[in-house]
Design a binder for this molecule. Structure first.
Ligand SMILES: [Zn+2]
Ligand SMILES: [Zn+2]
Length: 241
């Protein structure tokens, strides 16, 4: 009882530090209001793959990028609220490579805010991009699963992590050409069980070229899913812009 009293009355006196600028903050998700406002938003993007366009004006029309026009992916649309640049890049790589899972609720919360207005037509389940068991052993956790878990709970949508499996321990993709990435990821995933889903969302932390999510979408489509959305925290900027 005394402990609770102390906790309730003293917690406000000791504020925590912002994860990015280290200034004191009482914000629940450990980012001060200034830093939270500065997170790079994906405002103008392709309605299919969410690649950011060079303009900073919010998307007015339903624009589709050249790549999606030329060869449409297996997924229908993407919801990716941030651009993968500093300081968000820092938060995500802390989560991914240093195992700092304290950032997960913050990143998930920002994603949830971008979908809150959508009351209807939500997917039947969320499918986090699976890690190969070998990579999972090395890292100890799957960041896409950790983020998707929070989002699924908040949106009240089931999470189906057992539906898909990664067959190949693909080498790190960064630095590879688009063609090499594609080759690496060919048949990297499989659907492991029968299901009746017609509408699902694939979830990843960061979408770089879209090859990974598209390979997973290909398998899901072949297994009978009609509408596939791609959900992620951040999209890498288009190098050609
Ligand atoms: Zn800050
Ligand atoms: Zn596109």
């Amino acid at each position: 009882m005394i402990y609770n009293w102390l906790k309730n009355n003293l917690s406000g006196l000791f504020s925590k530090q912002c994860l990015l600028c280290l200034s004191p903050t009482n914000n629940k998700h450990l980012l001060c209001s200034d830093c939270e406002r500065d997170l790079p938003e994906n405002k103008s993007y392709c309605i299919i793959c969410a690649i950011p366009f060079a303009t900073t004006q919010p998307t007015q029309a339903s624009l589709i990028c050249g790549k999606c026009q030329k060869s449409p992916p297996f997924y229908t649309t993407s919801l990716i609220p941030h651009i993968y640049t500093s300081p968000l890049k820092q938060l995500i790589s802390n989560l991914k490579f240093q195992g700092n899972l304290t950032h997960a609720p913050l990143l998930a919360q920002n994603f949830i805010r971008s979908i809150e207005h959508r009351k209807n037509n939500l997917p039947e389940c969320i499918i986090p991009v699976p890690l190969h068991p070998q990579r999972l052993r090395e890292r100890g956790f799957n960041q896409a699963l950790e983020l998707a878990r929070i989002i699924a709970r908040k949106l009240n949508i089931p999470l189906d992590y057992a539906l898909c499996q990664r067959n190949k321990a693909t080498p790190f993709q960064s630095g590879l050409s688009a063609k090499q990435r594609k080759q690496n990821l060919k048949n990297a995933f499989c659907v492991t069980k029968n299901h009746s889903y017609k509408h699902v969302a694939i979830f990843d932390d960061v979408v770089t070229t879209g090859t990974t999510v598209n390979e997973l979408a290909r398998q899901l489509k072949q297994s009978g899913v009609e509408t596939i959305e791609v959900w992620a925290i951040a999209r890498t900027p288009n190098k050609n812009n």
